[in-house]
Ligand binder design. Structure first.
Ligand code: ASP
Length: 328
């Protein structure tokens, strides 16, 4: 090959490498994959589908949900971090994958504060203490009594180490002295199904998906971990009303792109998220499921970036105190 030919080829490669930068204006020109790090049918999946559907309309391209479950959501989050940072793979993370996991996994494959370009908060999701409908306790106080007495005989479902359901029940168990047997699932969609079927005794989970079941009486809710009752579940007492004021768990779901994604692309995604969260139909669906619609400033990259940092600072000491880590 002649030098000129080699130079021509090299120039061609350079032009091809620079292409995405020139093509940003057209973004998105093909479908976008949104990784959900849990099984279908759980809160993260539901929020991703509700918000993603509206964002697809704004962006003019389909957002396709891909469920990549495992290791409390950290498998999917790792996939999200390693994806090409061209805006065509984003993920729906949450309080577990992007905050609690930091203290739980000493060798976590990613740093939530530096390995992602935050897009924005998609939903606030209060957490509830739930039990199978025939559990022999009517109030939280009675439930705590039974849980302490029964110890490992009780089955506590969760979505794996570091998930919201794991961390919030870990917190509950640490506050009350409950020592259940933990039953991990690939997400709280399947965990909730088993709670409804009476296969497990209790679950701490994000309000989404649990709300319709509580309303239908297929499961019991003892308390919600926020200062005020949820308008979606006005009969469920707050943890303070139920006698456990320290159990405060306001979880959340949020969209992240891999670090290094062009800020113009991130801004486009944040704007589409903002539009989705202002949409009446989206708001209605999220509110019916008990979600809290994020404030405008949290629907931005900077707002979510700051939120992630403060959530890591909040959860790390609680988890360290519980003494639980995973040897990965
Ligand atoms: N809510 C779940 C959790 O416990 C995950 C899911 O959305 O399925 O983290």
């Amino acid at each position: 090959m002649t030098i000129t030919r080699r130079l021509a080829l090299a120039a061609g490669f350079l032009a091809a490498a620079a292409l995405p930068a020139f093509a940003q204006g057209d973004y998105p020109s093909k479908p976008i994959t949104m990784i959900v790090p849990f099984a279908a049918g759980g809160p993260t999946d539901t929020i991703a589908r509700i918000v993603g559907e509206n964002m697809s309309k704004t962006l003019g391209q389909q957002i396709v949900v891909e469920n990549v479950a495992g290791a409390g959501g950290t498998t999917g989050a790792t996939r999200g971090k390693d994806a090409a940072n061209d805006g065509y793979t984003i993920m729906m993370g949450h309080m577990g994958t992007h905050a609690a996991s930091v203290a739980l996994y000493p060798n976590l494959a990613y740093d939530p504060t530096t390995d992602f370009a935050p897009v924005g908060l998609a939903a606030g999701t209060p957490v509830l203490i739930l039990a199978r409908k025939d559990f022999p306790a009517e109030t939280l106080a009675e439930f705590i009594e039974v849980a302490k007495k029964e110890g490992a005989a009780l089955n506590n479902a969760n979505a794996g180490v570091g998930s919201v359901s794991h961390v919030s029940c870990l917190f509950f168990n640490a506050l009350t002295g409950a020592k259940p047997t933990e039953i991990p699932y690939k997400g709280t969609g399947p965990a909730l199904n088993d709670l409804i079927a009476g296969q497990v005794d209790y679950l701490c989970d994000q309000i989404v998906n649990a709300a319709p079941q509580i309303q239908a009486g297929t499961i019991k809710a003892y308390a919600i971990g926020i200062p005020e009752r949820s308008p979606a579940l006005p009969d469920v007492p707050t943890s303070a009303e139920a006698g456990l004021p320290d159990w405060q768990v306001q979880a959340w779901n949020a969209i992240f792109a891999p670090a290094g994604t062009d800020p113009a692309i991130v801004a486009k995604l944040s704007a589409a998220l903002d539009t989705a969260l202002d949409d009446e139909t989206v708001q209605k669906r999220l509110l019916e499921l008990g979600s809290v619609i994020p404030e405008k400033n949290l629907r931005t990259s900077d707002g979510l970036g700051a939120h992630v940092k403060s959530e890591i600072a909040k959860w790390s000491p609680i988890i360290k105190e519980s003494g639980v880590t995973v040897g990965n």
